[in-house]
Design a protein around this ligand. Structure first.
Ligand SMILES: Cc1cc2nc3c(=O)[nH]c(=O)nc-3n(C[C@H](O)[C@H](O)[C@H](O)COP(=O)(O)OP(=O)(O)OC[C@H]3O[C@@H](n4cnc5c(N)ncnc54)[C@H](O)[C@@H]3O)c2cc1C
Length: 381
């Protein structure tokens, strides 16, 4: 089979573009195929991210890409008790995600990768000595296919439908991210408000078994605002997949489930996955040793798996709680706990939360969860 390229990447978003930029920097020949006509559009993601996380991987956003710097996060209970975590030390910003993807595309092309838009990958066939990837009416041959198609290939069981509006309103609190918990309106998830400057915000809602647009309209009823843009997009909360490499198909980003199961935030963890994969994939080509690629998954997991498992545990707890339980849990947020949370790492919030709760806090939560467990047993029997 004639080989023209080292890598064909399906999906030109954060993971695909970061893979391309890193692999091309190492001298590999790379083609990125993005199905939409413009990189970054339609914009689904809210772009809430920690600069600390991005700095680790060398792709800090250029200044115009940053819409806002976040100073605190307020968590609201269903009865609107709330507590605020000071986020000034956490370096959390809101990115214009479409502009960040364009920045990544520019990095990839300036390193020598080709980024093709309006190019949908419709088929991938693996052969002993390479892959054939069907893009539009053309078949391209390469050593590896990198699947960065996001929710299109993440496992269905972890997908939640979500709705998001970009709004303008005088009640948007700058620069405060707000999270609204309510087990009836947003079961297992929440509604959110992320301010992006000039009285604008990205507001969204998701939950198991609910119509997200109905939930979001319910959230906004009584909160006057002008809706500038409506987006329907699934979020992924199922945790990392068990295998990142399948023969000559390399999964990166959301395709590999490299997304936080608590918040569905995946910018940093997907970037990390793509960069790690590119390094080991290039090594395997350089040494003509496909076994090198086996280092990708353990390296990503050594950085994130412990936290992802903690997040899945936290998600398991949240999904069992009723609104009364949520009120009781919010009550456990003592000033000492809130202070500890403000001194942790935005990207490792589940282990930080468990650590900050300590034994006594965990026991208090365990009591609430135990009663929720008993209740769910009664309901299911
Ligand atoms: C509503 C919403 C809000 C979010 N907010 C945040 C946030 O605030 N912070 C955060 O960190 N994360 C957030 N996320 C998650 C974040 O957007 C994703 O985790 C991240 O974008 C994953 O990147 P990716 O490159 O793996 O996949 P994606 O960004 O999903 O990109 C996949 C790309 O593949 C393309 N594609 C799909 N199929 C094909 C095909 N067959 N051929 C060619 N191209 C194809 C798509 O068009 C797309 O461009 C949010 C997600 C949603 C839905």
């Amino acid at each position: 089979m004639p080989k023209s390229l080292d890598f064909v990447v399906g999906g030109g978003s954060i993971a695909g573009l970061a893979f391309a930029a890193e692999a091309a920097k190492r001298g590999a020949t790379v083609l990125v195929a993005e199905e939409h006509p413009e990189i970054g559009e339609p914009e689904k993601c809210d772009g809430l991210v920690s600069l600390r996380g991005l700095r680790r991987f060398g792709y800090l956003p250029e200044e115009p890409v940053v819409q806002n710097q976040i100073a605190s996060a307020v968590i609201h209970s269903p009865a609107d008790r709330n507590f605020a975590v000071n986020a000034t030390g956490l370096e959390v910003v809101v990115l214009e995600r479409s502009a960040y993807d364009k920045q990544m595309a520019a990095a990839a092309t300036s390193n020598g990768a080709v980024v093709r838009t309006g190019a949908r990958v419709s088929e991938f066939v693996e052969r002993a000595d390479g892959v054939s990837v069907r893009i539009g009416g053309e078949t391209i041959h390469a050593e590896y296919y990198v699947d960065a198609t996001g929710p299109a290939s993440s496992p269905r069981r972890g997908i939640l439908p979500a709705a998001k509006y970009e709004i303008e309103a005088d009640w948007v609190r700058e620069p405060v991210v707000e999270v609204f918990l309510d087990a009836d309106r947003y079961p297992g998830f929440f509604a959110w408000v992320i301010p992006c400057g000039r009285n604008r915000a990205k507001v969204g809602a998701a939950g198991h078994g609910v119509s997200p647009f109905k939930a979001l309209d319910g959230f906004l009823s009584g909160r006057r605002c002008k809706i500038l843009r409506r987006v329907s997009a699934p979020i992924y909360i199922g945790g990392p997949t068990s295998k990142f490499v399948h023969g000559r198909r390399i999964l990166v980003g959301e395709s590999a489930g490299q997304v936080k199961p608590t918040t569905a935030g995946g910018i940093m963890t997907s970037l990390a996955g793509a960069i790690t994969a590119a390094r080991w994939a290039c090594k395997s080509l350089e040494l003509k040793d496909p076994g090198q690629l086996a280092n990708y998954q353990p390296e990503w997991e050594s950085a994130f798996l412990k936290e992802m498992k903690a997040m899945l545990r936290l998600r398991g707890v949240i999904e069992k709680l009723s609104n009364d339980d949520l009120e009781a849990v919010i009550e456990t947020a003592t000033p000492k706990l809130v202070l500890k949370l403000s001194q942790t790492d935005f990207d490792f919030h589940a282990t930080a939360l468990f650590g900050a709760l300590g034994i006594s806090g965990l026991l208090r939560i365990a009591k609430i969860v135990a009663s929720a467990e008993v209740r769910s047993l009664l309901v299911s029997s």
